[in-house]
Design a protein around this ligand. Structure first.
Ligand SMILES: [Zn+2]
Ligand SMILES: [Zn+2]
Length: 124
């Protein structure tokens, strides 16, 4: 006679694993959206770095004139990349985009930015 009494335990394990997975995906999301994005004022080069790397100069022309780029989001959640401190009108719906966020890596790639390494954006 083998009556399964492992049902509730398996269920509990599932809930625990699900909980862990949810926790994980939240962490990944935060890391992904946490890039530093820049546009060079001298050569208009667009680039971004990982979250712990702050660019000192342009990876292309080594100019120090960098504009920090952030994402301005409108009420309909359209993302518009622009230099920090600018007043932005949404390019998709025409409403004002005033919510400032870190741009996602996906948005940066679509915008035309290339990822730069720490060595590339450090002063010589
Ligand atoms: Zn440059
Ligand atoms: Zn919009």
């Amino acid at each position: 006679m083998k009556r399964s009494c492992s049902g509730p335990i398996q269920f509990l394990a599932c809930v625990l694993i699900l909980g862990l997975m949810t926790g994980c995906s939240d962490t990944i999301k935060t890391i992904e959206s946490d890039n530093n994005a820049y546009q060079c004022s001298a050569c208009q080069n667009k680039f971004y770095t990982g979250k712990d790397i702050f660019a000192a100069c342009c990876p292309k022309c080594k100019s120090y004139e960098l504009k920090e780029i952030v994402s301005y989001t409108c009420a309909q959640n359209h993302s518009n990349l622009a230099p920090r401190g600018s007043s932005v009108t949404c390019s998709t719906c025409g409403n004002s985009a005033s919510r400032v966020q870190f741009p996602s890596e996906q948005a940066l790639k679509e915008w035309g930015a290339a990822k730069a390494s720490k060595a590339e954006v450090s002063k010589k």
